[in-house]
Design a protein around this ligand. Structure first.
Ligand code: BES
Ligand code: ZN
Length: 462
């Protein structure tokens, strides 16, 4: 193991230049103009898996973007880790706010900037490099590994469900390992044990059957942008609560113990607000910010458009207005029921002056993973060795839809071992991965694979 750690030290620069290649591929899953890049990126992942010693490497088609699978099964009796991650990234807009081009990895200070640096290519790559180090130094791994790196996580993992259902034998393992989340703060490693779910909807509101002159018609026709804004504004009350009837029905209440644990975390609301550039925070009354983000459901408008948005002025009363709305969900809400509930409510409150269409784009369920599992115990030791500090327990507000499905379809618990940072600018311009977290993550990963068999003695199902 010591040799693997030395190998990492002496290959630091090469690791970065290979990461640069990976990050240079604009694998934006939501934009069809990048379909070719998605194929190219899957191929890059597959080729890279081969170079680090993985076997049975396959780029496997789905009705959407391909999944990349590989395995190394040379440790009989040892546990089998299913390493999941994603090679797809979010769109880069607004491009003009990037300090350096999003697909040209650039290091400034401690940060590695590029789209996907943290979410999730950089974190997938961390495990590739730890595996390479162990393999190159000892010719074998202390555990069995199966890798499942998909290309549709950022668009809801819609095709992965069926992929997993169709390949339960291939994906048989003892636990899932995912690095697609963040540490609590810089130099504060953490184990994440909960993610929120999601329901994503798109609304189309139609007023008059064509765009109109706002002078000739303004005053006699309900402007669809106004109607849509009125509807959206009514979805929260003055206490920050979502007004849709039934929205909170299934929400599992936070236990006293969990609220106390959150309150003890090194988190200062004032600094948080200052970092975000807001004078005051906003949210559901009666809950702290961490509670609101980690354990309460929310509804956000992710986008709203319509009418004239080009240069200069145009006096138009538009025919249509659109919005994208999503709800973050917590146990025991169900994403399909919430989507129906939101749609029904929108149709009910829609004024007679307009017509409304609601499309359900995608959804995923919230997840809670056990913190006493052998995988988590191994991760705690690994983080302590990799970062020199005992990790905290935390939840996250983001979503990784397949986590619940791994439990349902394969019976597997997941270890969420995040190496990002809360201010990493994921999904936003200037995304970065901290360089110390990159190398610390690789070391932690080496320790994790090394420690896992100690915590698994007698527990391997294989
Ligand atoms: N890496 C994130 C998930 C995440 C975000 C974990 C924040 C912890 C904190 C992942 O790539 C992601 O962005 N997921 C989407 C899923 C959605 C499209 C179903 C998300 O959360 O918006
Ligand atoms: Zn993401």
């Amino acid at each position: 193991m010591q040799r693997a750690l030395q190998y990492i030290e002496s290959n630091k620069e090469r690791y970065l230049s290979e990461l640069k290649e990976f990050l240079a591929i604009p694998s934006v899953s939501s934009q069809s103009t990048h379909n070719g890049d998605m194929q190219r990126c899957a191929q890059w992942v597959a080729d890279h898996m081969r170079t680090i010693g993985m076997q049975n490497v396959k780029v496997m088609p789905t009705p959407g973007h391909p999944v990349v699978y590989s395995e190394w099964l040379g440790a009989p009796g040892a546990p089998t880790v299913l390493l999941y991650g994603h090679y797809d990234v979010q769109p880069v807009d607004p491009l003009n706010l990037w300090t350096s081009p999003p697909f040209e990895m650039t290091i400034r200070g401690e940060q590695i900037f590029a789209r996907g640096a943290a979410d999730d290519k950089g974190q997938v790559f961390i495990h590739f490099k730890s595996i390479e180090a162990i393999m190159k130094q000892s010719g074998k791994l202390p555990v069995n590994i199966k890798m499942l790196i998909e290309g549709e996580e950022e668009v809801g993992s819609e095709n992965l469900d069926n992929f997993v259902k169709d390949h339960t034998e291939l994906l048989k393992a003892d636990l899932v390992l995912i690095s697609d989340s963040s540490m609590f703060a810089k130099d504060v490693p953490s184990i994440c044990y909960a993610l929120r779910g999601l329901s994503y909807l798109e609304i189309e509101v139609t007023g008059p059957n064509k765009d109109l002159h706002s002078g000739s018609f303004g005053g006699s026709v309900h402007n669809p942008i106004q109607a849509l804004s009125e509807m959206i504004a009514s979805l929260h009350d003055k206490n920050g609560k979502v007004t849709i009837p039934g929205f909170y029905n299934k929400v599992r209440a936070l236990s006293k113990a969990e609220r106390t644990a959150f309150a003890k975390l090194p988190f200062k609301e004032k600094e948080y607000a200052k970092d975000l550039g807001v004078k005051e925070l906003y949210g559901e009354k009666g809950f702290s910010s961490l509670e609101r983000v980690w354990a309460r459901p929310t509804l956000e408008c992710n986008g709203i458009w319509g009418g004239y948005t080009g240069e200069g002025a145009k006096t138009v009363l538009p025919s249509k207005a659109f919005a994208k709305i999503s709800c973050r969900l917590v146990p025991d809400q169900d994403s399909a029921s919430i989507a129906k509930m939101v749609e029904k409510h929108l149709k009910k409150i829609a004024p007679k002056t307009i017509q409304i269409q609601v499309r359900n784009l995608h959804g995923g369920e919230a997840a809670i993973t056990p913190i006493n599992s052998p995988g988590v115990q191994a991760a705690i030791v690994a983080l302590e060795k990799g970062f020199g500090k005992k990790p905290l327990y935390q939840r996250e507000g983001g979503s990784i839809p397949i986590v619940v499905q791994f439990k349902k379809l394969l019976g597997l618990d997941t270890v969420l071992l995040g190496f990002g940072l809360p201010d990493e600018n994921a999904h936003s311009p200037n995304e970065f991965l901290n360089i110390n977290n990159f190398y610390g993550g690789i070391k932690t990963s080496v320790h994790f694979f090394n420690e896992l068999p100690n915590f698994w003695k007698g527990k391997s199902k294989k």
